[in-house]
Design a protein around this ligand. Sequence first.
Ligand code: RIB
Length: 332
Amino acid sequence: MVTVYDVAQACGLSIASVSRALNGQVGVSQATAERILRTADELGYQRNEVARSLVAKSTQTIALLVPDITNPFFPELVKGVQSVADENDLLLLLLDAPTDAETLRPRLAALRRKQVDGILLVASALDDDMAHLFGDTPAVLLDRGHSGVHATVGVDQEAAGYDATRHLLAAGHIRIGHIAGPAELSVAHARRAGWRRALEEAGLPAGEELVASGDFEEEGGHRAGQELLDRVPDLTAVFAANDLSAIGFLALCAERSIRVPDEMSVIGIDGIELARYTTPALTTIAQPIRELGAAACRSLLAQIDADSSVPDVTLPTVLMPGASVRARGGSR
Ligand code: RIB
């Protein structure tokens, strides 16, 4: 095995100089450090990451916890985080984000024992007394936040629900159902609040009979859609809280020979790539998914470097027109 001694011999330098260069410390010129690193690579020297971590007081590792990696939203989010981790030579640990606090607690504790430099969490299960769970490990909440715990990077969820519903109202629809997200998620409540605000501003009823709860997956969209259509047969439009729920509802409409958009307009939220390839293509309120991941990672790195809290970051959504919404009465 090639050691620091071998590298020092090959460079004709002291072990101390070579160690400083290999650990990115000051005390050697840039040219000398580059010569040392080049020689180390040529000899096949493998840095001892544990030793380096102890010296640098950094593991160069961050953790990202996301729920449901079967939902295309999250792999896109991971790509955004990964792009910034790569720019900063960081190892990214990807873990499942549990939806219950009892599973989340030990997972965060294990990451702290591993001395990760920071944690990014899509927080489905945070409650008020969980701030301490992160200890002194820098953390940023991503997409699903929790006020007062850590900075959150996401979109204005209530506005996204409002904009989706406004788009249907602008098309002349007045009987607009809502397939809500999971009842335990704050993002679901926020989007439903946006739906309600848009209807109330238009002087339209926004009663419980117009809402059915999904699970942010296709199956839940299909099931909640059945509930809605059986309960309120005069709906001419549905706002689904995320694209997968909308896709499940599109499948239900096809099964029931309900023509979209001629007889039923449908809009979602997320802007996942799959939404472009449904029949008809899904109109949706697109989140800047990859940018959210990148911005969250940058916020975390800023917090690590500054050793202080960082502000929330809210990125804009944008309407992604498809072919699933049509003006009531059939005209385009
Ligand atoms: O589709 C998954 C949903 O969960 C997205 O809308 C995203 O905001 C996340 O919270």
